[in-house]
Design a protein around this ligand. Sequence first.
Ligand SMILES: [Zn+2]
Length: 429
Amino acid sequence: MERDPERMVQLLVGLPDVNVLSVDDGRELIEIHVECRRARPGCPKCGVLAHLKDQRVVTLVDLPCFGRATKLAWHKRRWRCAEADCANGSWTEGDDRIAAPRLALTDRAGRWVTLEVGKFGRSVNEVAEVLGCDWHTVNDAVLAYGAALVDHPDRFGDVWALGLDEVLFVREGPYRRQHFSTSIVDVGRGQLLDVVPGRSGAGPKAWLELQGAEWLGAVGVAALDLAGSYRAVFDATVPNATQVADPFHVVKLANEKLDECRRRVQNETLGHRGRKTDPLYRCRRLLTMADERLQEHGRTRLVGLLRAGDPKGEVATAWHAKEAVRELYGHNDSELALEYVDRLADDMVDPVQPLEVRSLGRTLGRWRLQIAAWHTFHVSNGPTEAMNNMIKRVKRTAFGFTNFANYRIRSLLYAGKPDWSLIGAVTPR
Ligand SMILES: [Zn+2]
């Protein structure tokens, strides 16, 4: 038990080798004035004992004290070398245990905000409000401490199942131009490995090459959406890995083709885009719904609406094509998978089929091996999708990122499984 008033205050403030000079009660905010308790230093250059030149007060945002926003006013001493011939001049004392240079937060506050924003996905604004400071102060700290965590060499090791997926990163400018990024994911462990700008192959290819031949050699399976650019990346960097087309994207494509078909037939039969009284427009949701989720009533409605709006049965054909693609994933027979894909693709490219179905068939044909490979390996960008949802959540709490470095670190802190036990030890960048 501590009874000495001075020691009690020091204990509460909890900083090492610090004297508490005064406490300023500003109602909204409490300001604690401190100085380092340290003997007169020697000149770092010549070793001669320094002379005190002057002092300046640096005010730092600290953790809240008993529920009140708190600032730490650090009376930093400036020293100058006593040796007349020494070129060292003067310097200001520092102590990384109190605060990292250049950051406007104390070290403990910097680590805390990184945890809150990075691990728990709280918004920077929310955390800034708790600390009674502005957005930039918190964000700078998250980037500085966060970079040390996400770029830690042990964050990930060998990866057996690798996935690439595109994510919309931000809409920018007067035309809301879309900027994409590519997520590089360990789809086996569900860990976001990194995020690179763009959705072309260049970014992921450079990143993968940087990992080295040994790392690439350990990749056994490579999951991707139906994007030729990512396929080329895998062909070049992990030629021995089995490529697996992500089921989610295959089914999504079938649904898109069905939708295209519906809109075309709508236009051809009625000469205008869908209106809410048009039968095809009214059944658009029923069409993309999974067959088994259609209740008897929904099914009857769908059949009726198609009879009214789809004279040549084209939309119905596209609907059956979509369901056939879904069925592909309903069985688990890896022997028959390729045969099934081939038969499906063959049927679909038949000239009697609606053009959207033929287009779907051609895509299935181009990706036949990747689609069938799923039945052997069962990896998918499913975890990647989950990852992307997390990134979307991060983006939502940040109201969209405009700065890529910012977006990368925040996404990796949240979905990249950094070792949070290191948060107390890492050196901010
Ligand atoms: Zn000196």
